[in-house]
Design a binder for this molecule. Structure first.
Ligand SMILES: C[S@@+](CC[C@H](N)C(=O)[O-])C[C@H]1O[C@@H](n2cnc3c(N)ncnc32)[C@H](O)[C@@H]1O
Length: 137
């Protein structure tokens, strides 16, 4: 088993508020819709799961990726994301949307991004704020 460095653990750490919220037995997260896909899930779900169960720099696999919600959550958290979907149309949407997330992420310092995510989360709006908007500031 690979040893995870203290620096990576530090980068992957949850805040006290996140830990308290994410480890509740029931999550209350608003539903979302997407113009091109009938069954997307809210960004907040993969955001929480990725933070709880992976380290910065690790790879997340979503074999039923739809329009790439997992990737839009994982990329700003410094994870690599592999998305698979049987629909070429959905895969093209993922490529297009994630290119924007990645580019936005590069021009924003990680600490500022976390600050924005925390603010959004405190207002309970994170799942309604697409990553690309957070990174446009
Ligand atoms: C519920 S949707 C996932 C939506 C995704 N979580 C999102 O937020 O965009 C399930 C996806 O699985 C894909 N799918 C179903 N069977 C598949 C298969 N055998 N191989 C790859 N993708 C498949 C469908 O095309 C669909 O986009």
């Amino acid at each position: 088993m690979t040893r995870v460095s203290d620096a990576i653990k530090h980068k992957s750490a949850l805040t006290k508020e996140e830990w308290r919220e994410y480890t509740k037995t029931v999550w209350s997260i608003a539903n979302v819709s997407h113009g091109a896909h009938p069954a997307v899930f809210p960004l907040e779900i993969p955001h929480r799961l990725i933070k709880l169960f992976s380290f910065h720099g690790e790879t997340i696999l979503d074999p039923f990726a739809g329009v790439g919600t997992t990737a839009r959550a994982g990329i700003p958290l410094g994870r690599r994301v592999v998305c698979v979907d049987q629909s070429r149309r959905y895969v093209n949407i993922i490529k297009k949307e994630c290119a924007r997330v990645h580019n936005g992420h590069e021009i924003l310092e990680q600490s500022r991004l976390w600050q924005l995510q925390k603010q959004s989360w405190q207002r309970s709006e994170l799942w309604r704020v697409p990553c690309r908007d957070s990174t446009r500031v």
